[in-house]
Design a protein. Sequence first.
Length: 539
Amino acid sequence: MIFKPLDSLAKIVAGQSPESSTYNSTGQGLPFFQGKADFQDMYPTARMWCTSAKRKEAVPNDILISVRAPVGAVNICNQKSIIGRGLAAIRPLAELDGKFLYYYLKANERQIDALGTGSTFKAITQETLKKIEIPVPPLDEQIRIAHLLGKVEGLIAQRKQHLQQLDDLLKSVFLEMFGDPVRNEMGWDKPELKAFGKISTGNTPPRNEPANYDGDFIEWIKTDNITGDAVFVTPATEYLSEIGARRARTVTNGALLVACIAGSVESIGRAALTDRPVSFNQQINAIQPSKDVSPLYLYGLFKLCRAYIQSHATKGMKKILTKGDFEKIAMIKPPFDIQNQFAVIVEKIEGIKSRYQQSLTDLEALYGALSQQAFKGELDLSRITLPQENNMPNVPMEPPVKDEMLPVAFQLPDPPDDSKWLAADNRQRLIEFWLNAWCAHYTAEPFSITAFIDAAYQRLTELAERKAFRFDDPANGLDSGEWYQEPAPFGTDEYEHIKRWVFDALASGRLQQSRNISEHDDKGKPVFGNVIELKAAQA
């Protein structure tokens, strides 16, 4: 396999940061990509735009690479855009297939990250980037390799989607059987958590006494073992000795472990069950369910109530849900036989999930093995059909418009009083305020709940950024800079409130529904489709 330095195979465009006064979130100018935070699975998503005339541009099919911490992540540019100093755009020349380069850099992200330097913010210099050695098989082989890896990557994405759909199904079943657990419109008993079982907080045996950890008597569970996706805690990487176990807290099968101390509120409330006896650290509260509580029901309840649980955490640099506050949280407690009916469904869904998860693991292992062999020239590619198009498929191109003439998206208005309306308990008032503004603006467009939620959450985040604060405590493992608490994602309460608003708006005539016009016949008359559209009533 022949290797050549990257700068002999591609043009490299280093990003730069335009004046901050030229940034906006309303769609004016070109999309502005600043770093990995803008990256998705393959293509970036615009969060900011920029109107600066002094700029560095990327064009469709450029490979965008993060050159400042984190170093090495890649995406494919899908539209003409401006890039900040956290990115570089790599524009392949004729000898190099763009998708092949993308997959090669992606497979070597860790090695590229290791090339970064800097004590505070790791970064990779342009000179180092230019010298990265790239394998150069014949162009047809490059295209076949990219096609093969793309196929496997597509299967991986499909499996992840299936797993998400199963999670969504579980939530739907829970809501169908028990209703919203916070509003409790079905009128179930709603006692405090201490009525669900014995609650205990973990304890960490002294680290300065090696005898506590010198052995493999019992697993030592930390919050990293509570993934938020798996029903059961993952295997521990550390064990306690018998001496250490006597100083720690231990639970048996069927206990629910809940993350209750974290650096961000988003990590609070992650929960997983135990399927074996374990010990756990002081960042975790445990519920050992009583005989009238199904562990699987309790798991489903916590999975659906993350935002509600997070709202009970203390505010500040460290987010803490103390045992005293934790055990006072009120949760619905239906009769045990109905809990068990739900538990049976959970077991069936989790059985399917387990098979899909194993399939995902196998596909990821296959992808890793194929990429290693492909980039070493060890794959027989003769049986792989060359794709008809050897350029990058499915990359949406920008419309042919001038930079400063892109349409301006509607920006939801500021609330009358940020300090009050941004509070969590006033979020429904804020949503209703924005719903009225949204419909008043989009009088000719179909009303989309999804589009509204996306816009509302983005606006909520922007308003939260105004209240950013300085954070300079190296003890927390973070460098100094501007930080803010990101608002919690929209949950069940917000969705239900929006739905109620829509029904009320239909009843009052503020919204009207009709079938969409899918096409016109040969006489120019509209042919109505089967999709129901909602539109704001014309004044």
